[in-house]
Ligand binder design. Structure first.
Ligand code: EPZ
Length: 421
């Protein structure tokens, strides 16, 4: 299995380019099967989650060509409502295929999707939405069968779930009448999905707020779309730059998507400028004095993103003082901490949702294991800071969410190499 070998304490300098958002592209690709003609989607990150989603879409008949961050999807031959079960088990995000399948066929069969080890990841909120839309749901030997065309009307989510909101939108766009989705999640990736669907001819308003209104249309046509920048990838490299006290330019990015992250990092003492280059925005970090510990609580957007909780904890090991990390979204998102502690970090897990970190501690390189995408990223940052060599196993997790992380870091001076295949 592939590993990273990282020699820590290199100063990084230069520019890290940010890819299109994984958590937008993973919904826009399945949304394209709702059209009756091909779509061209650009700025798609070259990561394994996207490859799995493309294989799942091919398993129901979609014709997909990919070339250098661009995918062309011809939905003309999509003729099955039974996506490949094994492939779905590899990708929690594949749950968002169900909305489009119900809208297109009035039928969907699938098993519980898989994903990261960051919590139970139930799908009860998704099923609740479909029940509200009049869908008949049965479960036999671990396989769900959903039957019925989604009905318009008022839908109220159980909680602010990102993919459940996206499933509701995609299920409703072809339903005659008006659908109002209440208690909708408001992440920027949801607004990007709605933007894509509206370019296909859908009539969606309010995406990016907690109340979304959809006027059903009879058909949708293919379109072109450029996926928005990945705020989680950008935030990860921003934290890496601050943890190593390096001067890095990171982008393109929509700074507004990381307002609370910028505020918290500046509260720690980080120095971050926002610069304009060819009409696009970039973060530019500057050297800082000693960092101060600050508390965070992860929340739904625009709160502190749970996907940046683990990188931020690594940063807090390098900040003076105690910080409390309250992970309110997932109950199993501290897996990476065990590895951080063996590198010399000081932290106490108070509950499945709370960790207290004491800094500043010197980290020492050693062999460690990554077990989920963002936990893996946190361990890479720790290795960049640590004295000596770190071997990180489990690159299959990191490669799910970060395109060419080793190449991007090596290009700005990190001593990192990928060993094994
Ligand atoms: C999306 O997952 C993202 N994934 C996650 O990113 C992200 O961490 C999460 O939203 C929160 O922002 C994709 O978009 C593909 P939720 P999602 O439904 O939609 C509970 C990454 O690293 N819940 O908003 O699955 C759930 O367990 C990934 O890029 C239910 O109880 O998350 C969690 O506690 C990780 N029942 C909370 O809601 C349900 O039916 C929020 O989850 C669904 C969710």
């Amino acid at each position: 299995m592939a590993k990273f070998e990282i020699e820590g304490q290199q100063k990084l300098h230069g520019t890290i380019l940010v890819c299109g958002a994984k958590n937008a592209a993973l919904k826009i690709l399945p949304a394209s099967i709702l059209a009756d003609s091909p779509s061209e989607i650009s700025n798609i990150p070259n990561i394994s989650d996207i490859s799995v989603m493309i294989d799942i879409l091919r398993s129901i008949g979609a014709k997909i060509e990919t070339q250098d961050h661009v995918a062309t999807i011809d939905p003309g031959n999509v003729d099955s409502h039974k996506p490949d079960t094994d492939l779905m088990k590899h990708l929690r995000g594949s749950i968002v295929l169900i909305g489009p399948l119900l809208a297109k066929f009035g039928h969907a069969e699938f098993s519980q999707p898989g994903g990261c080890l960051i919590g139970a990841r139930p799908i009860d909120d998704h099923l609740d939405i479909f029940r509200q839309m009049g869908i008949k749901i049965s479960l036999k030997n671990g396989k769900y069968t959903l039957v019925g065309k989604p009905k318009s009307g008022d839908i109220v989510l159980n909680k602010l779930s990102v993919t459940a909101t996206e499933n509701a939108i995609m299920a409703a766009v072809l339903s005659p009448g008006i659908t109002c989705i209440h208690v909708a999640a408001a992440e920027p990736e949801i607004a990007d999905l709605a933007d894509f669907l509206n370019k296909m001819g859908a009539k969606i308003s309010g995406a990016g707020t907690h109340d979304i209104t959809i006027e059903g249309v009879t058909k949708l046509h293919g379109t072109k779309h450029d996926v928005l920048p990945d705020r989680v990838e950008a935030g990860t490299y921003l934290i890496a730059a601050i943890a190593t006290n390096s001067e890095l330019k990171i982008g393109p990015i929509i700074p507004n998507h990381l307002n609370i992250v910028l505020k918290k990092l500046q509260a720690c003492g980080a120095r971050i400028e926002i610069i304009d280059q060819n009409g696009q925005k970039y973060f530019q970090t500057r050297k800082h004095k000693e960092l101060k510990a600050v508390d965070i609580d992860t929340r739904t957007y625009p709160g502190f993103p749970t996907d940046l909780q683990s990188p931020f904890v690594t940063l807090m090991t390098q900040a003076q003082g105690k910080s409390q990390i309250f992970e309110t979204i997932f109950e199993g998102r501290f897996l990476y901490l065990e590895e951080l502690l063996t590198m010399g970090a000081k932290a106490e897990i108070v509950s499945p949702h709370i960790v207290n970190v004491s800094g500043k501690t010197a980290l020492r390189g050693k062999e460690i294991f990554s077990r989920d995408i963002r936990g893996g990223a946190a361990l890479v940052i720790a290795a960049l800071v640590a004295k000596g060599k770190t071997i990180i196993n489990g690159l299959e997790f990191i490669d799910r969410g970060y395109e060419s992380m080793d190449q991007k870091l090596k290009a700005v001076g990190a001593n990192i190499k990928r060993i094994g295949d």
